[in-house]
Design a protein around this ligand. Structure first.
Ligand code: IPE
Ligand code: MG
Length: 218
């Protein structure tokens, strides 16, 4: 999700308004993709590098996340959406950790789709954590067992990666998992990102010939 700050700036509003508006986009996009058969939606909400933003913006983002967890769970349950939080918890106090665990637990029965929210997440940090798990286990790993040590263990690799906000970079998102993802970049700022546009991207994706290194034999 990129472009919240610019969305607000264009309207002469503080950046925090853009983040608030961006939260609404999450629900809109989740409903759209789950309605067309997507089973997992993974949102990059806060990176390990976002801690370097000004203190008030970081506090605002933490506050928004907390509010989302506190107030959105009944709506998620109603829509059949299972919530899953990825990322580090080292910066959270026990109350926050309980809030995260409680939200995930209460939505556990959701079978329409899984919404993964990555918070204090970094692809490199995740890989390093997985390597350490493997080292501690003392066993050699292959690609499958290694993948199961990642925080996304049990979740299929993403078929589609979308970055809004005009930049063409990955910024430390799902580095291991996106080896064969189809990449889409749009100039649309995240708060403006619509169900229509993501449906167009999915339609475009469906036309692609995914060979995974093989060739097509006619
Ligand atoms: C993305 O929007 C939201 C988060 C990283 C939390 P930005 O805050 O990066 O918005 P821009 O890039 O400044 O417009
Ligand atoms: Mg940005």
């Amino acid at each position: 999700m990129d472009g919240n700050g610019r969305w607000a700036k264009k309207r002469l509003l503080p950046r925090s308004f853009g983040h608030k508006e961006g939260v609404k986009t999450i629900d809109r996009i989740a409903d759209t993709v789950f309605s067309v058969g997507v089973k997992y939606l993974t949102i990059f909400a806060f990176s390990t590098e976002n801690w370097n933003r000004p203190e008030d913006e970081v506090a605002g983002l933490l506050g928004l996340f907390r509010r989302y967890l506190k107030s959105n769970v009944p709506k998620l349950i109603k829509r059949g959406i299972r919530l899953n939080i990825l990322g580090s918890r080292r910066a959270f106090d026990q109350e926050f950790i309980d809030l995260v665990d409680d939200a995930c637990k209460r939505t556990e029965g959701g079978s329409v789709g899984t919404l993964n929210i990555c918070f204090d997440y970094g692809g490199r940090a995740e890989i390093v954590e997985a390597v350490n798990k493997c080292v501690e286990s003392g066993r050699k790993v292959d690609e499958t067992t290694f993948a199961s040590c990642l925080q996304t263990g049990g979740i299929p690799d993403p078929d589609i990666l979308i970055r809004t906000g005009g930049e063409h970079r990955i910024s430390n998102f799902l580095l291991y998992q996106m080896a064969y993802s189809e990449l889409f970049f749009t100039d649309t700022l995240w708060p403006d990102f619509s169900g229509e546009e993501i449906k167009e991207i999915i339609a475009e994706y469906r036309k692609k010939d995914r060979r995974f290194g093989r060739i097509n034999e006619e």
